[in-house]
Ligand binder design. Sequence first.
Ligand code: CDM
Ligand code: ATP
Length: 285
Amino acid sequence: MTTITLPAPAKINLFLHINGRRADGYHLIQTLFQFLDYGDELTFELTPGKPGVRLAQSMPGVADADNLIIKAAHALVGDALAQLPGVTISICKKLPMGGGLGGGSSNAATTLLALNYLWQLGHDEDALAELGLNLGADVPVFVRGHAAIGEGVGEQLTPANPPQDWFVVLKPECNIQTTKIFSAKGLTRNTPKMTMAPAFEGDASGYKNDCEATVRKLYPDVAESLNWLSQFGPARLTGTGACIFGRFPTESAARIIWKSRPSGIKGFVARGVNHSPLHQKLAEL
Ligand SMILES: C[C@](O)(CO)[C@H](O)COP(=O)(O)OP(=O)(O)OC[C@H]1O[C@@H](n2ccc(N)nc2=O)[C@H](O)[C@@H]1O
Ligand SMILES: Nc1ncnc2c1ncn2[C@@H]1O[C@H](COP(=O)(O)OP(=O)(O)OP(=O)(O)O)[C@@H](O)[C@H]1O
């Protein structure tokens, strides 16, 4: 097989608690990750006569060398890249950057798994998750491919099975850099650490995102969208924003709310899934 197309799904943080901060500035969190059946798509084409890894098209605003796809390829094989068959990678980008949906991290994880497969490197999941963590705190959950409670900086994962509900995801007109929120003065970092009880996964009433108050203050567009979506049930921020979501038991309930959104606001309807669409596709190869 010389060409494969694989999904790079979105994640949402059903809740996100900040429990403290490490000496290196990284935040200690407890979060519940779930995937969405919506995301980017990456196509990997082997080019045996042309060594190296390249993007078919650069991403606006991201230098190729900084692209997490290229970084993932280098992290995987380092200097051995020149000895391996070349690969051209095309991206169908749907996930907004700075959206809190983990687009860059998901692209990186898909690249790690795809190239491990195409180049027959034989790295196991633990090795790929460790490589992924050096690329970003969100990469390991995408490598492992199961909904999970994340602890530490998000890399200590315990598989979870939250209800696979439907979501209205809205993208207010702003991009939020994760560092801006994590370095904000007013951010609360003292939510007591929970002892995880499996029952908690099914009870969404206590779900909160500790970044919400800070994001509301800095980004009035996000606050406005949260206020609007909250009319129909609890609305939450994913990651450090800018996207927000409301959850609904059926697709039709979600679509009714989606259709009534304020004019001009972008977003989508998607289902929460506990098995990553990436892993489902890889299993079919
Ligand atoms: C907010 C979340 O999306 C929740 O899933 C993640 O914790 C962020 O994951 P990510 O985007 O992969 O983050 P990284 O690329 O590793 O880090 C970006 C920056 O965010 C800050 N950062 C990130 C994760 C974390 N637990 N604490 C932090 O303080 C650090 O300043 C870091 O330099
Ligand atoms: N392949 C990529 N796709 C998206 N962003 C990338 C990629 N490679 C590098 N980046 C950089 O990473 C930044 C964060 O993008 P990303 O889409 O992961 O945001 P995010 O969804 O807010 O992430 P997270 O939820 O993990 O905090 C972008 O602003 C961009 O500069």
